[in-house]
Design a binder for this molecule. Sequence first.
Ligand SMILES: [Zn+2]
Length: 301
Amino acid sequence: MKILFSNDKKIFNEHTDGIPYVSFDMLDRMGIPNLYSTRFVRWDEESGRGVEGLRTAIMKKDDMAEAAPVCRANRELLARQLGSTISMELATDQKHTNNVYVATRREDLGVAPVGPAALHRQFVDGIVTDIPDALLTAFGGDCPPVYIVDPVRKAMGLVHAGWKGTLAKIPQVAIAQMIVKLGCDPSDMYAAIGPGVCKDCYEMGDEVYDAFAEQWSREDADHLLSRYPAKDKDGREIPGGKYHLDLREANKMTLLRSGIPEDHIAVSNICTMCNVDTFYSYRGRRLENEQVAMLVNHWEK
Ligand SMILES: [Zn+2]
């Protein structure tokens, strides 16, 4: 796949058999099945590019009766590539909250929503679990998923971290639930911040700077947000300009402050908006569909 990386670090592996996806090299090396989908339903060897049109998430514009079985079937095909099945699925309705659901019973599995428009657990954006072989899913266009794993307790979490969830430190909430409810220790945990919008692409209003200054600190807000100069039609810098937010760095700071060691953290170098030909991007081309992130609580012996 042709992916534009923001640096040349090897963070992802590309898979073009079956439905194409990318996976985290760090998690692959730990034997943990994980993926992040693309726009592509399949890879065409002849043209050397993907065939577009993969639908995994039900969008607001969609007709439920038509979209639900299509999205479900595609997620099942992706899940099978990880040796899993969506009857083991745990998903959330994703409302830009910092609420995290702790799934510990097998009854939690497979009854999850089939996308942001089909709700089961109301107002939840993250799941943590220690159920063996549970399939955690999260959807995102530009909002990165954060994958959290604990190989000692054999527990996992997956959260949807848009700017609101990032501001409300949803990875920290998930880690706290893993500590309190699942007996995990953050020094054992590993985390991967998935593909999402990069700082250069992520223009925000002044109120977002103010919110970080208030809820984090002014120092943090200055570190995470920069005002980019405005340009006139000839590309010359003019007064004004908007803030840009570094979502990756913000989530990485939250993971570090929650006690995960720095060398246990992988950060995506894929921007969904810079790569709008490969990934769906909410800001890039509004609301066509989203990627699905998958993480299976399966550990190679
Ligand atoms: Zn970008």
